[in-house]
Write a protein that binds this ligand. Structure first.
Ligand code: GLN
Length: 543
């Protein structure tokens, strides 16, 4: 039987529901259960693909090419289960599906309404492809009381009723604020939020209470009494020292045990938490420290580089070092900031993915600095494209080298890709095509050159990595760039699209067209990040 855990949030946003869902799934998985986590987003965008990283954080891309909410990254990092398109739905997509159906005449003249049409669509999404699972965790974005999330609340209320008794439970995440002047934790917001929830017909089974101070027994009992749950089902969730400490912490507070109890499961094995013990040991007992400079554009909001930050940390775990990340705004180099002073203390320089011309000359200068100074360099997506433009300009004598993304150019070392083989056959694009959902997205294979640096790092010549970009390095420039020392060591299987470039005469210089950070996990660090951090450790011994 597949069981459902519906996770809602109350009081305020940013309580870390995503992390909580990921940690609970990891605990259930550690007890031998098969899990999958899904995210329902109440906003009207069809997917987060066209949303600014400043507003919404990173867009997480799945193997099957979906542009999803960054919480899916947490889910995958904590469980190792590859997320799919069917694991993230927005209200916009729900309406898009319904309106397309309505236009086709599929409703046979019926009045199309929120109940039942929208709620049915949400329920269908929650229950699709779940046969082989023990638990499906459904996280509802937003906060109870939002107008936008009402159809989702109604759908999970109905679903709870449709399913067998004991087949689904509700977990509500709330905040128990500390009022310093009174020296007290306050339970009223939690009471109010549960009252809002019950007015929608949803009685939570478990409350996860985020708090900055330990929750005294008296307050736990009070919350239980007013919110109609047992005191043991009021789980305090204090701030953790690291996100990877959260599964252990929730286990210690009894979260997974309470969940099993709520389902009436009595014979579950104890969780095997060795994986998380090892991560904590590596994190808490580092044998050194390296500083990585990330030269990007969205440095004002760290959620914009969530997976990248985690992958760098995983590289640190692999090497038993602490990774300090210095976020550097590339544009400042264009406005006169001293690049040498900024980059000299770095043990590695990384230019991440991005869009648009702003800051690009600063990124290109950073590549040049790393190349000339023999500092480990990692270019990801736009970062790889910048490495190619830098190589073209400064090592291949193509002074006008640029990308058509930044405007017309006589030397399109990087250009708009207009045709490629996608998962649904030949894909065609023009400069005027819609921006939403029209990039090369998702997992694509690449062939690596036998004796290349990257083949050594991967330990294989065949790889598959996730993409999200509209422009490609132009293979027509390959010979000239290679003469300048920038070797094309990974190509699409048909040999047309450059996937990886490297400089074998440099201590560590790799550019990749894809996003390796999306597949890195704390218990399985991505080889490129492990290798990059190892190179940074070597560099730290030189300076
Ligand atoms: N803007 C570049 C492109 O569309 C790179 C995208 C990225 O870094 N994700 O090709």
């Amino acid at each position: 039987m597949t069981r459902y855990i519906f996770i809602t949030g109350g009081v305020v946003s940013s309580l870390g529901k995503g992390l909580m869902a990921a940690s609970l799934a990891a605990l259930l998985q550690a007890r031998g259960f098969r899990v999958r986590i899904r995210k329902f987003d109440p906003y009207l965008n069809v997917d987060p693909g066209t949303m600014s990283p400043y507003q919404h954080g990173e867009v997480y891309v799945t193997d099957d090419g979906a542009e999803t909410d960054l919480d899916l990254g947490h889910y995958e990092r904590f469980t190792g289960v590859s997320a799919r398109q069917s694991d993230n739905v927005t209200q916009g997509r729900v309406y898009q599906t319904i309106i397309q159906r309505e236009r086709r005449g599929d409703y046979l003249g019926a009045t199309v309404q929120v109940i039942p049409h929208v709620t049915d669509e949400i329920k269908a999404f929650a229950t699709a492809d779940t046969e082989d699972l023990d638990f499906v965790l459904c996280e509802i974005g937003g906060t109870v009381g939002d107008i936008e999330s009402l159809p989702f609340m109604e759908a999970i209320r109905q679903l709870h009723n449709d399913l067998d008794r004991g087949q689904s439970i509700f977990v509500h995440v709330t905040l128990v604020p500390y009022i310093a002047a009174a020296g007290e934790l306050k339970t009223k917001p939690t009471q109010r939020s549960v009252r809002d929830l019950t007015s929608l017909g949803i009685q939570p089974d478990i409350l996860l209470c985020r708090c900055e101070h330990p929750l005294p027994d008296s307050e736990r009992k009070k919350i239980a009494l007013f919110c109609n749950v047992r005191p043991e089902a009021v789980i305090p969730a204090l701030d953790a020292s690291s996100i990877y400490a959260v599964p252990h912490q929730y286990h210690a507070e009894g979260l997974d045990a309470e969940v099993l109890r709520a389902f009436g499961i009595k014979d579950a094995p104890a969780p095997k938490l060795e994986r998380w013990d090892d991560i904590m040991d590596r994190q808490q007992n580092p044998e050194g420290e390296v500083t990585i400079g990330v030269v990007g554009k969205y440095v004002g909001l760290l959620d914009a580089y969530k997976s990248l930050y985690e992958a760098l940390n995983h590289g640190g775990l692999a090497n038993r070092v602490k990774v300090k990340v210095k976020w550097i705004d590339a544009e400042l180099f264009e406005k006169g900031d001293d690049i040498v002073a900024s980059l000299e203390p770095m043990h590695g320089i990384l230019v991440p993915g991005g869009f648009g011309v702003r800051g690009s000359e600063g990124k290109i200068e950073s590549v040049k600095f790393a190349r000339e100074r023999n500092v480990p360099f990692f270019g990801i997506c736009l970062g790889m494209q910048m490495a190619c433009i830098e190589g073209a300009r400064n090592t291949a004598g193509i002074a006008e080298a640029s990308t058509t993304e930044f405007g017309e150019t006589s030397e399109p070392v990087v250009g708009l890709i207009t045709e490629w083989m996608g998962k649904e056959g030949l894909q065609k694009r023009t400069a005027d095509t819609d921006l939403g959902g029209t990039m090369r997205l998702g997992a694509y294979p690449a062939k690596l050159t036998g004796n290349s640096v990257v083949a050594g790092i991967y330990g294989s010549n065949d790889i598959s990595e996730r993409h999200r970009h509209r422009y490609e390095v132009n293979a027509g420039y390959r010979d000239r760039l290679e003469k300048g020392g920038l070797i094309f060591s990974g190509m699409s299987p048909d040999g047309t699209l450059p996937e990886i470039v490297e400089r074998p005469d440099h201590p560590w210089f790799v550019g990749v067209q894809f996003h390796p950070e999306l597949k890195s996990k704390p218990f399985d660090p991505h080889p490129l990040f492990a290798s990059f951090i190892a190179a940074a450790v070597k560099q730290s011994r030189l300076v």
